[in-house]
Design a protein. Sequence first.
Length: 126
Amino acid sequence: MAEQTYTPGVCNINSQEAARRRRAGYFDLGLFFIFATSLVVTDADWPMRLLLFIPAFIASIAFLQADQKFCVAYAGAGKQNATEGSTSPQKVVKKVARKQDAIKARKIYLQAFVISAVVTAITLFI
């Protein structure tokens, strides 16, 4: 496997960080299914089912970050930890790089929003 390095707007976390986010995504997805199942089984009204958006959004962000090797929180804080084996994030100094990271973070948030909206809409009809 090639060593990952920080690339503004593309990659700001290493493989270990991506793996952590993937594990969090599976955990969050499990919570989503438990919550969704309980709402369907109890025949909850649609306003209650709208609450499924929250765990769907959290799981979506976790999986997108893992897949794209990009942390939205690091982007917001102006940090990166893309060096393999590193355990502590480094500050992103260049303004241009921070701006590229902010744009990428917004794209991930938008992707997570769309995924969550679709999944939540589907549960409204179950």
